[in-house]
Design a binder for this molecule. Structure first.
Ligand SMILES: [Zn+2]
Length: 329
């Protein structure tokens, strides 16, 4: 064992405001899924907190998204039909119904994540898990897609660079879907590395192994496409090797995680066979990299996951691993 084994506090950031996005009863990305996750964390004895939104939140959003796009979403939600519950319009694509609370929920997901990065940068906790929705990794600078409106993880990565002065941020994404929005936003950047393990070919169609960035960003994008039905062995192997190789070259100062649990064997959408233990294994690999390069600093953000109980059990295990000190157990 490399380090003394122990337990540290990993706060969970959550605010009921994120439940106000309501895409309707037939949509998989429900408020209920997050309520199950948060309840599981509470039963696990986790500290669940709602830190105040950093004042710079909107400014941070507009470093990634076109301000006209942000205004379009905000104004549409503000003018939702009075006394109307649930979705009242589709935004940019059929997967993205919006309700009166969509913009405030999306913005709160961002502010919770910025607060989490503030916490780890200040050293008040080594890692924080952000239990928020809607997810973000499919969102582009001026287009919503795949249940996502604001690309929360990308906003946090850019804010770490522009606001906190961090030089290199790694975004690791184990959601079953490729984070096409995140990849696109940092394609030519070089200061934010993006690693994704995902089912391929699959929605949204991108994420082939030869997609690796251009210009200064060349080599900072790493995709690990896996066939349908892949389980723990393929996932853990592909993810760990790519994570280690990319991190040794890139030397991230902070690790951000797009933690989607829709690769779980019980998920109705993902078509993969990852178990709770598989997510724990990937989390240990992330911990090892964070300990080696980033002073242990990890902010992990919930993305997809559509079997509430399987997702909650996996997220709880993910945070249990983050809370243990010592990379080898
Ligand atoms: Zn997903």
């Amino acid at each position: 064992m490399r380090y003394a084994r122990g337990v540290r506090v990993v706060p969970v950031y959550f605010d009921p405001v994120v439940l106000r996005h309501d895409p309707g009863p037939y949509h998989p990305e429900t408020a209920h899924r997050l309520q199950v996750v948060v309840e599981t964390f509470r039963q696990d004895g986790r500290r669940v907190e709602a830190p105040p939104a950093p004042e710079r939140t909107l400014k941070a959003v507009e470093r990634v998204h076109d301000p006209a796009y942000v205004q379009r979403l905000a104004a549409l939600c503000r003018h939702a039909p009075a006394d109307f519950e649930g979705p009242f319009a589709l935004f940019d694509c059929p997967d993205n119904p919006i309700s009166a609370g969509t913009f405030e929920a999306s913005l709160r997901a961002v502010s919770l994540t910025l607060a989490a990065t503030d916490t780890v940068v200040a050293g008040r906790a080594a890692s924080v898990f952000v239990a928020a929705r809607p997810p973000g990794h499919h969102a582009f600078a001026s287009r919503a897609m795949g249940y996502c409106f604001l690309n929360t993880i990308a906003i946090a990565a850019k804010d770490l660079i522009e606001h906190h002065g961090v030089s290199r941020v790694l975004v690791a994404d184990f959601d079953v879907h490729h984070g096409n929005g995140t990849q696109q936003l940092f394609w030519e950047d070089g200061r934010v590395a993006y690693l994704s393990v995902h089912r391929y070919p699959f929605y949204p169609g991108t994420g082939a192994a030869d997609e690796e960035g251009v210009g200064r960003g060349r080599g900072a994008t790493k995709n690990v496409p896996l066939p349908a039905g892949a389980g723990d062995a393929k996932y853990a192997g592909g993810f760990a090797v790519a994570l280690e190789t990319l991190s040794e070259r890139f030397r991230p100062e902070v690790v951000l995680v797009s933690a989607g649990f829709d690769a779980h064997a019980s998920d109705p959408i993902g078509g993969m066979r990852v178990t709770t233990e598989g997510f724990a294994w990937m989390t240990r690999a992330l911990e090892d990299v964070a300990e080696a390069f980033a002073g242990g600093r990890i902010v992990s953000l919930l993305e997809g996951g559509y079997h509430p109980e399987a997702m909650a059990a996996s997220a709880a295990e993910h945070v249990r691993v983050l809370a243990r000190t010592g990379g080898l157990m």
